[in-house]
Design a protein around this ligand. Structure first.
Ligand code: HSE
Length: 313
């Protein structure tokens, strides 16, 4: 038996929502798991990318055995029902650029879990799958929108349980995803964060996250513009992302640009705008990055509403 799952890209954090906000985007990875009948063939993992030039070298460094995150997630699911995975062939057809802050690892974890769950006769519900995916990823802000679609507030509570809440994203607010041609691993982007932050910075983020939630609920553009600021992660990551400061500066006083935030751990940047010239966003970002010899892929995208979907059994 063979199951294929289509999983969207995600953008986490949205400025002040560090480790708890994320939205799904219509760029997809397809994850197929096949139970092979030949005993002793073990695990086979194949990665194929549409961005061959960019991703080929990165793929060479991604584990394709029992150490891969997709295998770890699948193994945890099998173990949760007292079984061990054995002869599995896993194929990942990837459109989501890797190590760009667009949830590519969350997508393969989610795709692997949903496919394996289907192969096992669906023993786990969405809550259980979310919980395993969060354990593998370390935080729920990419895996939750990857599974559920839309714009999601997600929290892993102290007892391990996951709370998710779908939020409204005003249709008329455009999301322009600016992807540079350099990679930044989440591990490195997390390693520059401090163990502790000043109380004033924690308070800054809680105020701004509260503003953001109210702003999307009431489609309040002015409040959203005030909300899209962060002191918990972006200032520390700025030094890892050439051009980030200049891009954020360039849009700071533009009417119609609601805000500019790091996508997940970066290096991609989201520009959120309303009735603003989207070509101007593209040319501004392109000029800054290309001025530093960084090639760009810039797309204005709608939020993906549905999340992961089983498309073939
Ligand atoms: N919230 C995570 C971070 C997202 O900022 O590190 C990246 O996976």
């Amino acid at each position: 038996m063979k199951v294929t799952v289509k999983v969207p890209a995600t953008s986490a954090n949205l400025g002040p929502g560090f480790d708890c906000l994320g939205l799904a985007l219509p760029i997809y990875n397809m994850i197929t798991i096949e139970e092979t009948v030949l005993p002793g063939t073990g695990i086979e993992i194949n990665l194929m990318s549409e961005n061959e030039v960019i991703d080929e070298m990165i793929f060479d460094n991604v584990p394709k055995d029992e150490n891969s995150i997709i295998y770890k997630a699948v193994e945890m699911l099998y173990n949760s029902i007292g079984q061990e995975p054995s002869e599995l062939k896993i194929n990942v057809q990837s459109q989501i650029p890797i190590t760009r802050g667009l949830g590519s690892s969350a997508s393969v974890v989610v795709g692997g879990l949903l496919a394996a769950n289907k192969l096992l006769g669906s023993p786990a519900d969405t809550t259980a799958l979310l919980s395993i995916a969060t354990e593998v990823e370390g935080h729920p802000d990419n895996v939750a929108p990857a599974i559920l679609g839309g714009f999601i507030l997600a929290s892993q509570e102290d007892d391990g349980s996951i709370i998710t809440e779908k939020l409204n994203w005003p249709e008329e607010w455009d999301i322009t995803v600016c992807i540079p041609d350099f990679e930044l691993s989440t591990n490195i982007a997390r390693s520059v964060l401090p163990e502790n932050v000043p109380m004033a910075d924690a308070s800054f983020n809680s105020k701004h996250l509260a503003m953001l939630i109210q702003a999307v609920n009431t489609k309040n553009e002015k409040l959203m513009k005030a909300a899209l600021h962060d002191k918990l992660h972006q200032p520390y990551r700025e030094k890892l992302i050439p051009g980030m400061k200049e891009i954020m500066e360039a849009f700071k006083h533009e009417d119609g640009v609601i805000g500019c935030v790091l996508s997940g751990a970066g290096p991609s940047i989201l520009v959120i705008s309303h009735k603003y010239d989207l070509d101007k966003i593209k040319s501004t970002v392109r000029d800054i990055w290309e001025g530093q010899s960084i090639k760009t892929d810039i797309r204005t995208l709608k939020i993906e509403p549905n999340g992961a979907e089983i498309i073939e059994e």
